[in-house]
Design a protein around this ligand. Structure first.
Ligand code: GLA
Length: 386
């Protein structure tokens, strides 16, 4: 892909690229919708991702082009025009990163050209947007030789989501894309940002990624709604309890105090956040002990909770996960990412992959009317220069 990108770069911008980089996408093994509730998450970066090339310019123009959105053409703006523009579509992600970086680093005083191309399927909940954010930041860091730590870049990516794009997302996606390592997942405590690398090795089992291929709609607004429901539940608990986040509660403490949350829906949202946090810690222990059966059971319980209590699945994700759970050789399956559409993952014995794909494809297509897709990819490093 890089070779053809270099040729395209020269055609588009009449010069060669100075720097190149790759940023992965991600899956989350377990710990869903816990990252804005002070809980644990357990994501891994994947080999699907976004590639980018960049060159410096003498003037103050910034020119962005994506091979994935060719009809958009070259998106062009100057260093003093770094405001959200709906007509710039995908290019708002890099634009947000450029805005915050150039506010922080005065040495970013001239423009540049960027070409990107990704192989993360669009809207698949595999974090193509965080991948573009971190990729852009990394290219600019390389172009201007910025003294910028990975964690700072991660926080800038989250800031772009929260304040430039208007999605109140947590830090999980940017964190794993910024700090991921090949063949490792990260167990991250989102309350403290303490983290550890955990070998993502499942013996004879592999992670299969299953895409609903459903068009995303309203994901952002429903996501923000869930976050607000959790904040409201937390505020009610805080009238009596000395806690900072829902992640501070054990399942037992939640049981004792859940009556403080007046609204049934908000109580169920909080229940998910507390129990999912507990499941994530248990999943870490199970994986450390090579107890894949227990790990799989926790994946199933996570999906059920996201379906019944958090209500972020939908018939497409339920069909994928619940059908997969019934296939021989599958130890567990669940949706991954924000939900509503996108992907589910299954922990499947390597000999049963064809059976999984055949059964899930058949039942999903019968019920939903179009086919799902499957990916088997390795666990990748975080963002890096090429
Ligand atoms: C999206 C957000 C993350 C996280 C997940 C759900 O991917 O960007 O911060 O909240 O949803 O776990």
């Amino acid at each position: 892909m890089l070779q053809s990108m270099h040729e395209k770069f020269e055609k588009l911008f009449n010069e060669a690229a100075d720097v190149s980089a790759f940023a992965p996408g991600r899956i989350n093994l377990i710990g869903e919708h816990t990252d804005y509730n002070g809980g644990y998450v357990f994501p891994a970066a994947i080999e699907l991702g976004t590639y980018g090339l960049a060159s410096r310019r003498e003037d103050e123009q910034i020119q962005l082009y994506s091979n994935n959105f060719e009809s958009q053409g070259i998106v062009s703006f100057s260093l003093d025009e770094l405001v959200f523009d709906a007509s710039h579509d995908w290019a708002n992600y890099p634009k947000g990163v450029i805005k915050y970086l150039s506010e922080q680093f005065k040495t970013i005083n001239h423009g540049f050209n960027i070409l990107i191309e990704g192989n993360i399927p669009n809207g698949a909940s595999l974090s193509s947007s965080a991948s573009i954010e971190l990729l852009t930041g990394w290219l600019i860091k390389a172009l201007f030789d910025l003294d910028l730590e990975r964690l700072e870049l991660i926080k800038i990516g989250q800031r772009v989501e929260n304040h430039f794009m208007g999605v109140n997302s947590g830090i999980m996606d940017q964190f794993i894309i910024g700090l991921g390592k090949a063949e490792k997942a990260i167990l991250l405590d989102t309350a403290t940002l303490e983290y550890q690398y955990v070998p993502a090795k499942f013996g004879d089992y592999v992670i299969s990624i299953m895409n609903t291929n459903k068009r995303r709609s309203l994901t952002e607004s429903k996501y923000n709604e869930r976050r607000a429901e959790c904040e409201s539940a937390l505020a009610q608990l805080q009238q009596t309890l000395d806690i900072v986040t829902l992640g501070d509660l054990t399942p037992e403490q939640f049981e004792t105090h859940k009556h403080l949350i007046k609204d049934d829906i908000e109580r169920r949202r909080a229940k998910h956040a507390v129990l999912e946090n507990e499941r994530t810690k248990l999943a870490y222990t199970a994986l450390s002990e090579n107890d894949f059966v227990q790990f799989g059971a926790l994946l199933n319980a996570s999906h059920a909770s996201l379906k019944d209590d958090y209500e972020v699945t939908g018939v497409e994700l339920d069909t994928l996960a619940e059908t997969a759970q019934q296939v021989e050789g599958v130890l567990g399956a669940r949706m991954t990412g924000a939900g509503f559409a996108g992907c589910a993952i299954a922990l499947v014995h390597k000999n049963n992959i064809p059976q999984l794909e055949e059964t899930v494809s058949r039942i999903y297509t019968e019920r939903i009317g179009y086919a799902p897709s499957f990916y088997h990819v390795g666990i990748s490093d975080g963002v890096k220069s090429l």
